[in-house]
Ligand binder design. Structure first.
Ligand code: GSH
Length: 349
């Protein structure tokens, strides 16, 4: 085997791992995929936080120079090191929207994913995940050990549902937003292969990661998805491996002048759910409040504050602040009336 540039350590059932593997495949970046805790998972430098996926960079002599976590920074780091088949649209206004869509996938759609896997109303999903997750690292695992790890993972994950907002009270908010997202995706994908044109952007990979689980793995959500949006299912198959997609230079993106109405529908969906939540989460952390409380399409949504998501909003606002005044104005016009305005409100001052 030719020596790869990178190693990606992840898991089949991890949305962010699937996201990054798809990015590496699409970008033609030579890599090795290692399943976490498998026999091959050895010698990788410890990242700052114990989460997956881990992206490890190689040295000339076959060792590792460093390892990093968090898929969005991983994507941006790859953009610095590799030019071809970039994920960044050339129009900075469209690139900002792409960043927003990616973050919506990572930080809001992930609630749907966790919910349909671990919420107590979905016992088949809990049973399936409990059975399958331990075997990813070792499919020949001893049956007793399998049962022990299954019990451990199931107990840990089901006790964490409230942390990501998957409670009985929030259930309608999360489930209805999944159905609306599928409806928007179905309409959009009827005319366009990807969210921002003829090639995938960060947003495609962000939503793809979560959909790789929601549409295929978790039984209840997979059934809903197949009913509501067959084109989303096909899009997930495609995005998983876009190594054969032909891409010319930096062509193929929508521009700010030709964004389709269905993209605006997506921004509207983001503005009704992710946007009020992200701002309320940020404000709760800033004021030291114990709970995030916000209204999402008239429903009262509550969960504990989530520090990483506050950082995400700061990064999004920093990206907006870096745009020229004209580009900022264009973004404001495009998101006007969608509910996303609150995301960039502070940047005006
Ligand atoms: N913000 C991170 C999130 C990664 C993440 O939450 N990974 C989960 C699995 S999908 C994880 O490793 N959780 C810790 C655990 O399962 O112990 C990203 O974008 O990659």
């Amino acid at each position: 085997m030719n020596s790869p540039d990178l190693t990606l350590v992840g898991a089949y059932g991890s949305p962010y791992s699937r996201k990054m593997r798809a990015v590496l495949r699409y970008r033609h970046i030579a890599h090795r995929w290692i399943v976490q805790n498998s026999e091959q998972d050895q010698g990788i430098p410890q990242p700052s936080v114990a989460i997956i996926p881990v992206l490890a960079f190689h040295t000339e002599d076959g060792g590792y120079s460093e390892a990093m976590v968090d898929s969005s920074p991983q994507i941006m780091r790859l953009e610095e090191e590799y030019q071809d088949r970039s994920l960044l649209p050339n129009d900075p206004v469209v690139a900002f929207l792409d960043h927003l869509i990616e973050d919506y996938g990572d930080e809001w759609v992930t609630k749907m994913m966790y919910h349909y896997r671990w919420h107590h109303l979905y016992p088949d999903a809990i049973e399936k995940a409990g059975n399958m997750l331990p075997l990813m690292a070792n499919n020949q695992m001893d049956p007793d050990q399998h049962q022990r790890i299954k019990a451990f993972i199931t107990e840990r994950q089901t006790s964490r549902t409230a942390l990501v907002g998957s409670t009985d009270q929030n259930r309608p908010v999360i489930e209805e937003s999944f159905i609306r997202l599928l409806t928007v995706m179905e309409k959009h994908l009827t005319h366009h292969q990807f969210l921002l044109g003829d090639r995938p952007g960060r947003g495609d990979f962000g939503i793809f990661g979560q959909f790789s689980q929601l549409c295929f793995w978790d039984p209840d959500s997979a059934q809903i998805a197949a009913r509501q949006s067959p084109r989303s299912i096909m899009w997930v198959y495609q995005v998983d491996d876009l190594s054969s997609l032909d891409v010319q230079g930096n062509q193929g993106w929508f521009t700010r002048e030709n964004l389709p109405a269905t993209l605006r529908d997506l921004l509207h969906e983001i503005g009704q759910t992710y946007a009020p939540f992200m701002v309320a989460n940020h404000d709760a952390l800033a004021s030291g409040a114990e709970k995030v409380v916000c209204s999402i399409r008239g429903a009262n949504y509550q969960q504990a504050p989530f520090p990483y998501q506050s950082k995400c909003l700061t990064w999004l606002r920093e990206a907006f602040a870096k745009l020229s005044p004209d580009d900022q104005e264009s973004v404001r016009q495009l998101i006007d009336g969608t509910g996303c305005e609150v995301l960039v409100a502070d940047a005006r001052d």
